[in-house]
Ligand binder design. Structure first.
Ligand code: PAF
Length: 282
């Protein structure tokens, strides 16, 4: 497995691979690799000739006062995991490489980034869009892989790729959960055993919503109320938002329809957790 820390070296290598006619897959990550990342890496491994995993904790996507400084950093462990999954290249750039002095550009998709998580995390999606645009421009992958847990992020990334005529095909893979239903996230590391139990309320409330929809309920307000009731019962949980919206423009819906996203963010201790359920068909 090769490891690059410099943008130039990564670019040079990717260009060379392209000239050789290789199919490249990129799995962008911020490290602290868990089974969710591994599911992306395994699918990508099957799809391509050369598998690149980027590991970069992008400072520009953390809003002021968020957990940038304490975000889990395990580069050595992550590289060992990547090697175990037969990753060909790890791209782990430094901040200076990604944002050299004088860097001023930012990529903004507009409205989509102001809703749901964007409302509470000003600048977050501009940071994500900017770094993902840079990664796609550095590597020029044929495929790039993201998790459905970050449903808004996945939608936004598809939008920048479409709007900016980028060539990578964006592949979004299902949420991976632990045996109790907790969606895997690097931020789960912040939870103590009581908080971990409390965190199950996200999945439970989504399941309750799903059951209501399965039995014919269509009113978003009612479904939100039922979800809220469950979350309020959980003392360690502080609800940030529940959104029931169309999964293409993120506009709130009064009635559930095909392709409705039910998403929520809940603060539990130090961890801000998100989860969602996509109503694909009715
Ligand atoms: O989902 C993440 O881990 C990050 O937002 C990403 C896509 C790697 C960009 O920093």
């Amino acid at each position: 497995m090769q490891v690059f820390h410099s943008v130039k070296e990564m670019q040079h290598c990717a260009r060379h691979l392209k000239l050789q006619g290789k199919n490249i897959a990129l799995v962008p990550t911020m490290g602290a690799l868990h089974k969710g990342h591994i599911s992306l890496i395994r699918k990508a491994r099957i799809d391509c000739d050369v598998l690149i995993v980027s590991i970069y904790i992008n400072p520009t996507q953390f809003a002021h006062g968020e957990d940038y400084m304490s975000y889990p950093r395990h580069l050595e462990k992550d590289m060992a995991k990547a090697a175990g999954e037969k990753v060909d290249i790890v791209f782990a750039p430094t901040d200076k490489e990604m944002y050299p002095p004088g860097f001023t550009t930012s990529v903004d998709v507009g409205e989509l980034s102001a809703r749901l998580c964007g409302a509470a995390r000003p600048g977050h999606f501009q940071g994500v869009c900017t770094v993902v645009t840079k990664l796609l421009n550095i590597v020029h992958p044929d495929f790039a892989y993201f998790g459905q847990k970050d449903a808004q992020q996945a939608l936004i990334i598809k939008k920048i790729v479409q709007d900016l005529n980028m060539e990578a095909q964006i592949i979004v893979l299902p949420i991976i959960r632990d045996k109790n239903g907790l969606a895997l996230s690097s931020r789960n590391k912040y939870l103590n055993k009581y908080e971990r139990k409390a965190a199950l309320v996200l999945y439970k409330s989504l399941q309750a919503a799903r059951r209501l929809i399965d039995t014919g309920e269509r009113k978003s307000e009612y479904i939100k109320e039922k979800m809220q009731e469950l979350i309020q019962k959980e003392k360690l949980a502080k609800l940030e938002y529940i959104s029931i919206c169309r999964y293409n423009d993120l506009n709130e819906l009064e009635l559930i329809e095909k392709n409705t996203l039910i998403a929520l963010a809940v603060q539990i201790g130090r961890a801000r957790l998100i989860d969602n359920y996509l109503v694909e068909n009715l």
